[in-house]
Design a protein around this ligand. Structure first.
Ligand code: GSH
Length: 199
């Protein structure tokens, strides 16, 4: 497998983490962001949206970190990480949607603003973040994992930008259950981190 990625992207880290938890070998292809390699015609053939991550598995080319998690779980995760039960599958997918929406518009946007200087509406991103963290805290004070009674790709989809939230000037000090959930993830066999993560 080949992973086209930016080193500092939380969405790319999400895929690296999943590959590592599944003990899968892959080659990292670092895409040259400053030179806009992700907007080149060769790259746009793999992902017309011009974004990383992209995962190639032989002749299968996949874009979008959430979709890649689904693929890895189904292709290589056995019966772990996803669920065939309709209600559980829907619950997992609802968290994948939250990863692409609230997580991205909240802690993801704040991090991009404070470390990369991306212009955003800071007040709006902070409000999205606070309401997201409150929902996560409540869920995780009642359950060990987000979607089912064991870890799934829902947890892996949400984890990176929550664990990186300190880089967006977001404090998790008032969120005990979220911090305990993060440490459960950090203790998984095969876990890998990235720079900037809250220990
Ligand atoms: N929904 C996509 C979002 C991907 C995304 O936003 N990628 C960013 C890096 S984290 C990117 O490639 N940005 C460059 C651009 O949009 O031009 C996913 O989850 O993979």
């Amino acid at each position: 497998m080949e992973l086209y990625e930016f080193e500092l992207s939380g969405n790319c880290y999400k895929v690296r983490l999943m590959l590592s938890l599944l003990n899968l070998k892959y080659e990292s292809r670092i895409v040259n962001g400053p030179e806009k390699e992700h907007k080149s015609s060769t790259f746009l053939e793999m992902n017309p949206f011009g974004q990383v991550p992209v995962l190639k598995d032989n002749d299968i080319v996949l874009r979008d970190s959430q979709a890649i998690l689904v693929y890895l779980a189904k292709a290589y995760g056995g019966n772990d990480w996803f669920s065939e039960k309709p209600a559980e599958a829907a619950e997992i997918i609802s968290w994948l949607s939250i990863a692409a929406n609230e997580v991205s518009r909240g802690p993801g946007a704040l991090r991009a603003h404070f470390i990369l200087g991306r212009p955003i509406n800071v007040e709006e991103a902070k409000a999205v973040t606070t309401s997201l963290l409150n929902v996560l805290e409540k869920q995780l004070s009642e359950f060990q994992w987000l979607a089912t009674n064991k870890i799934t790709i829902a947890d892996i989809a949400i984890y990176p930008y929550i664990a990186l939230s300190r880089q967006g000037n977001v404090s998790l000090s008032g969120y005990k259950s979220i911090r305990e959930w993060m440490s459960r993830i950090q203790n998984l066999p095969g876990y890998i981190g990235m720079s900037g993560l809250t220990p």
